[in-house]
Design a protein. Structure first.
Length: 336
């Protein structure tokens, strides 16, 4: 009788060990087997989802081989962190261990958008509104203050809001302005950071040639010091558009700036009003801010387009008038 019981007990032990080994082998095999995706795939993991629910999503998307094995492995593998929500990009052949590590680190998929220098705040909000992965701006929110957003390239992830990106752009502007203001040139004819941004915004709109920014800033600095009106066409355009240009392929006004436009009654009319206008006319980039605070020292008072994207500069009105006439001749010849 004892022998029979011993044999039964031994059989049960062997069966149990075999079952444990079988389960262990199953888990090991599934853990080592990558999913079946054959191209990079972006998968969204919602907030509030547990490990099992996340595993179900990943298995359904063929990123992992088994959701139950994933759930167990995620619990026991270091580090002892929870899986983070967000969008993730998974590549073919990624192992379950790598998937778990990626989700625990929160290594989310990041996209980029670029805001060009010289856009108004209205234009920036319009551009952000065209990014489908960003949640809309809060209803009723005001357009950010002109000149408060730093143009550059930013990263974003799906589910972020336009409000969040605007806050980031505002913080970036504050940082670059603080840095440039601390190292500004001596004896500038303005006293505040806000005035620096105003000048930088005019410089930004006056030229697209990086090498000219400090020289053009120097022209405006000379005019401010001599109390000569800045006479900047972009400020007239801003007065006419109020920062909401058409930009339908024919410039911000949809036409050329006319002589009668220079008569507009506006504090932004720098042909009539001396000094800086009351606010920025766009969001200047870091280089324009640097130029406004580190202008080139020279005697130039005037500049006009040279027909090649740049400008020619003059110290006297007679010299400037000759440059203007040359520019008009060039423009007339180009129309023939």
């Amino acid at each position: 009788m004892k022998i029979i019981l011993y044999k039964i007990l031994l059989s049960l032990v062997i069966l149990a060990l075999a079952s444990i080994c079988g389960v262990g082998w199953f888990f090991f095999d599934k853990f080592k087997t990558p999913g079946t995706i054959n191209a990079p795939k972006i998968v969204a993991i919602p907030k509030g989802f547990g490990t099992m629910q996340i595993g179900e999503i990943l298995a359904r998307e063929n990123v992992i081989s088994n959701n139950m094995v994933f759930a167990v492995a995620a619990k026991i593998l270091p580090p002892p962190q929870s899986l983070k929500a967000g969008e993730y990009e998974f590549t073919p052949g990624i192992t379950m261990r790598e998937v778990i590590e990626k989700l625990k680190k929160g290594d989310v998929y990041k996209r980029n958008f670029t805001i060009a220098e010289g856009l108004t705040s209205y234009e920036i909000v319009q551009k952000l509104s065209q990014i489908p992965e960003l949640k809309p701006v809060t209803e009723g929110a005001e357009i950010p203050a002109e000149g408060s957003l730093l143009p550059q390239t930013y990263q974003y992830v799906g589910g972020e809001t336009i409000d969040q990106k605007i806050a980031q752009m505002r913080e970036s502007m504050t940082k670059i302005l603080d840095k440039e203001w601390a190292g500004r040139a001596d004896n500038l004819p303005f006293k505040t950071k806000e005035e620096a941004v105003i000048l930088a915004s005019i410089v930004e709109k006056e030229t697209g040639v990086a090498a000219e920014r400090q020289r053009i800033a120097g022209v405006f600095i000379n005019r401010l010091r001599q109390n000569i009106p800045l006479q900047s066409d972009p400020t007239i355009i801003y007065a006419l558009t109020k920062g909401q240009p058409e930009n339908k392929g024919q410039g911000p006004l949809g036409r050329r700036l006319l002589s009668k436009d220079l008569e507009i009654s506006s504090p932004y009319n720098t042909y009539k009003m001396p000094g800086l206008p009351p606010g920025p006319i766009c969001n200047p980039g870091a280089e324009a801010i640097h130029a406004a605070l580190h202008p080139e020292q020279h005697a130039y008072i005037y500049f006009v387009a040279d027909g090649s994207g740049g400008h020619v500069f003059a110290t006297t009105l007679s010299e400037h008038n000759r440059n203007v006439e040359n520019w008009r001749d060039l423009r007339r010849n180009n129309k023939k």
